[in-house]
Structures are given as structure tokens and as C-alpha cells.
Design a protein around this ligand. Sequence first.
Ligand SMILES: C[S@@+](CC[C@H](N)C(=O)[O-])C[C@H]1O[C@@H](n2cnc3c(N)ncnc32)[C@H](O)[C@@H]1O
Length: 135
Amino acid sequence: MNDNDVFLDLGSGKGKVVMQVFSQTKVKAARGIEINPQLHAQALQNMPAIADRSVNFTQGDFFDIPFTDATIALIASPCFSLSMLHILGKKINETTTIHTVLSLRPIATLSRITFKKVVRVECSWDTALCYIYTV
Ligand SMILES: C[S@@+](CC[C@H](N)C(=O)[O-])C[C@H]1O[C@@H](n2cnc3c(N)ncnc32)[C@H](O)[C@@H]1O
């Protein structure tokens, strides 16, 4: 991730991953979309503002909200249904700014971005497989 990238967490919960990416990389922006108002409210509590870099949390359904300028998308939910993942894959295909997708489940409908590799990542509940797609 570099200073040309805009990171987007689809289902950002309390905003932990967004904040970690923002603090540990040089991305120009880190964004999250979260449907749960309580989790969204918690995410808003720790938002930094640093010069020309930004963190942004949007409360709502990621199926209804444009991904706009995102370049890297995280789909960190092993509990999203297959049909949700299929629709997300199609929406990511149409969002041509996105060059990289990180997902805890494979996404069969991704076509513009191709599967590159799978890595094992530490999660709070166990380790999980993360599927990495790039253009
Ligand atoms: C397992 S949590 C992941 C939170 C965060 N990305 C992380 O890794 O810590 C998945 C989140 O997706 C949210 N979510 C589920 N469906 C959604 C939708 N259609 N639009 C936006 N957020 C959604 C849930 O409310 C939940 O907070």
C-alpha cells in the first residue's frame, strides 16, 4: 500500500482495520462502510485528521454506497453469504479504481481482478485464510 492508495473496508465494524491501515501505511485515505449504527458511532470516536491524509467512515449498506476512489478493498467477513459476495464481486468489477481485493472468502464473480494467492492471517478468533486478488 502506498500514498496513491485509498483503502476501503467493506463492513468496517468499529473501524479497527481502517485505523490500523491508516497508522501503519502511507495510504492517502482509509475508509470504512458499516451498516450497524452503534458500531459506526464507535468508529467515529477515534478519527484522526492529518494534513492531506484522511480517515472516513460512512454509515450504511455497502450495496447502496458507491466505492468511489477506493484502490484496495478489504472484505473481512467469513459470515457474509455467498450471494452477498457474488454481488460485491460484481460491484468491485465495475469500480475500476480498485486494483487489489483482500477477502476472507473466495469471490467467484471477480473477473476484472484475478486471484493471486492465499495467505494465512491471525484473527481474534483463530487464524483464517485471506484470498488476495490483483489486476
Ligand atoms: C466481521 S465484521 C468485520 C469488521 C472489520 N472489517 C474487522 O475486520 O474488524 C463484518 C461487518 O460487516 C458489517 N456488514 C454486514 N453487512 C453489511 C452491509 N450490507 N453493508 C455494510 N456493512 C455490513 C457488519 O455489521 C459487521 O460489522
